[in-house]
Design a protein around this ligand. Structure first.
Ligand code: F6R
Length: 588
């Protein structure tokens, strides 16, 4: 969580740091701040709220060395004081991560006379740097990180030397190279247009950056060599293409995401099949929306390959002392490839001898470095905090993974079927009119998404998306479980959205509709099953094109995502940046 950027060189540090923070804002937007070295003095500028709130404060500031931070609060409320950078004496630092032992460190520093002004865990780092400083900022950082427990990507500057000292452990950090200038940042898009070459630092690494040189050190403070790679960030990450929100733009890119993911899959299929041969059990894992995609993966592998499979959220999986061995494959699903719980779950699986497959939209991330095989999701950059096209891309990748494990002929049939799906998704997007249902949901006291089997996985996603961007409460629930508890919540002020794309289970889900209607609840139906629409012709119904039942989640997904988008628009929410959230959750 949080995004950080640093610049040193002959150019305009203020412009570079501010521009980088704008591109990093998806990582958190509770507050933003920057520190610059100007005329031998460190000056800190910070403000609660979006990065743009920082802009007026930077008017007239001139500097060639600076660090910046956009925050997603963990310790301490969002406020000007808790915003980064934090400083102690002539040293300023920005931090992405969590310092778990900060309370003990803080108590010790206070007893030594340090004065704290914020409620953050990160401020201890500034005081430790000052305490450990003996003429060399990089050495002070090395001594400091030795004392920290938790996760960190750190950048520090000081009044005494013209350099940036950085370090990382379990939070992402890259270096970028220019002509007479160098950069450091949380990710590649932050350096888009600034640096064509980057280095991804490894856990435990430190680096000392000046305008003319970059020195990297390993965890023992020995000089280290790290690969230099091209910066793969693309400009597409910046434009709205005429849409009012990134969410709508990205939702409209779903057909492309599915098509490109299916094309990219061909390049990894053989490697994947050989890595998974002999696997007797699959475990699918991920967080949030990625977990909902993983649920589809479990269902696909069981149905197509008849191999036992489980699915668990990564945050649960990593702490349950899982039973894993060489005959198990763990399929870790993550848009960013940086989600702390998913990365840790994959690392644990690897350490226990399981095969690890990453399904990710980020082709150079902590997750890809851990995986035996990476199955790319080719959704392209996703800026809106709420996942849309990456989710459908993940489902496409999982569908093809399961089909490939099931055998060549099965795979060929599935590849043929999925090649027709982008056109069906486009038709769905063009035909959907969610306006009246969006108004109904926006004015409901609770919205319940119901479904069975794969429709249940989409119901969970529909509910998450609606809650996340519109703040309307509700739940995703298995249609058959409704009568075992949740039915008590149904009244005239609630709406139930029932998803029915499986002919065989249609009748069963129709029972749930009747149960809700007879308690006075409002009901809407999303379906592509003939007969369902006719039977409930007086209810608001969203009709999807007919489609193979295993690919129906791709159509139902865009329907529930669009519904959430429209409901959030009715309520005037800040759709691309919902409150309390961040795109990349790199903390526990
Ligand atoms: C919801 C959403 C989140 C993410 C979750 C995992 O719209 O985007 O629930 O799916 O934080 O993120 P990744 O996929 O990057 O691991």
């Amino acid at each position: 969580m949080c995004g950080i950027i640093g610049y040193i060189g002959g150019g305009d540090a203020v412009k570079t740091v501010y521009g980088g923070l704008k591109r990093l804002e998806y990582r958190g937007y509770d507050s933003a701040g920057a520190a610059f070295l100007t005329d031998g003095k460190i000056r800190v500028y910070k403000k609660q709220g979006r990065v743009e709130k920082l802009y007026p404060l930077l008017d007239g500031v001139r500097s060639r060395i600076g660090i910046g931070h956009t925050r997603w609060a963990t310790h301490g409320v969002p406020s000007d004081t808790n915003a980064h950078p934090h400083r102690a004496g002539g040293i300023a630092v920005v931090h992405n991560g969590i310092i778990e032992n900060y309370a003990a460190l803080k108590a010790e520093l206070i007893s030594d006379g340090a004065k704290f002004v914020s409620d953050t865990d990160s401020e201890v780092i500034a005081h430790l740097l000052l305490k450990n400083y003996n003429g060399d900022l990089t050495e002070a950082l090395f001594k400091t990180v030795k004392l920290l427990k938790g996760s960190y990507a750190l950048m520090a500057i000081c009044e005494y030397e013209e350099k940036i000292a950085v370090a990382r452990y379990k939070s992402p950090l890259i270096l970028g190279y220019g002509n007479g200038e160098n950069f450091c940042a949380s990710d590649e898009p932050a350096l888009y247009g600034l640096s064509e070459k980057i280095t991804v630092l490894e856990d435990g690494d430190l680096a000392e950056i000046t305008a003319k040189s970059v020195k990297i050190f390993d965890k023992n403070f020995k000089r280290a060599e790290r690969e230099t790679e091209p910066n793969l960030a693309v400009s597409a990450s910046l434009g709205l293409d005429g849409c009012p929100h990134y969410m709508l733009k990205e939702l409209r890119e779903t057909p492309l995401s599915v098509e490109a993911t299916a094309r990219a899959f061909k390049g990894v299929k053989d490697k994947l099949v050989s890595a998974l041969s002999g696997v007797k059990r699959f475990v699918f894992t991920g967080c949030g929306t990625a977990y909902h995609a993983a649920l589809c993966g479990k269902r696909y592998i069981e149905s197509f390959a008849r191999i036992p499979a489980e699915c668990e959220t990564a945050g649960e999986f990593r702490y349950k002392n899982p039973v894993l061995g060489e005959d198990t494959a763990v399929i870790a699903v993550s848009q960013s490839g940086e989600t702390a719980d998913t990365v840790e779950a994959a690392g644990l699986a690897r350490s226990l001898g399981a095969k690890v497959v990453a399904i990710t939209n980020s082709h150079r991330s902590q997750l890809t470095r851990l995986a035996d095989v990476v199955v790319p999701v080719a959704a392209g950059p996703e800026i809106c905090v709420a996942a849309t096209k990456s989710y459908t891309g993940q489902i496409a990748a999982l569908y093809l993974l399961a089909a490939a494990v099931a055998g060549e002929k099965f795979y060929n049939d599935c590849a043929e079927k999925i090649s027709k799906t982008p056109a069906l998704i486009s038709a769905t997007l063009e035909s959907l009119d969610m306006r009246s249902l969006a108004h109904i949901c926006a004015s409901s006291s609770g919205v319940y998404f119901l479904g069975r089997d794969l429709d249940y996985a989409v119901a969970l996603e529909g509910s998450l998306k609606l809650k996340e961007i519109s703040y309307v409460p509700g739940e995703g629930y298995p249609a058959g479980e409704l009568k075992h508890g949740t039915l008590a919540l149904i009244d005239v002020n609630t709406t139930s959205v029932v998803i029915i794309t499986d002919k065989v289970l249609a009748e069963k889900s129709e029972n749930a509709i009747e149960q809700v209607l007879s308690r006075g609840g409002k009901v809407a139906v999303i379906t592509n099953v003939n007969g369902v629409r006719e039977r409930f012709s007086d209810l608001p119904t969203v009709v999807l094109p007919e489609c193979d039942k295993y690919l129906s989640p791709l159509l139902a997904a865009v329907a529930v995502q669009l519904l959430a988008y429209k409901a959030a628009a009715v309520l005037g929410r800040e759709i691309d940046k919902p409150r309390n959230l961040a795109k990349s959750v790199t903390v526990e």
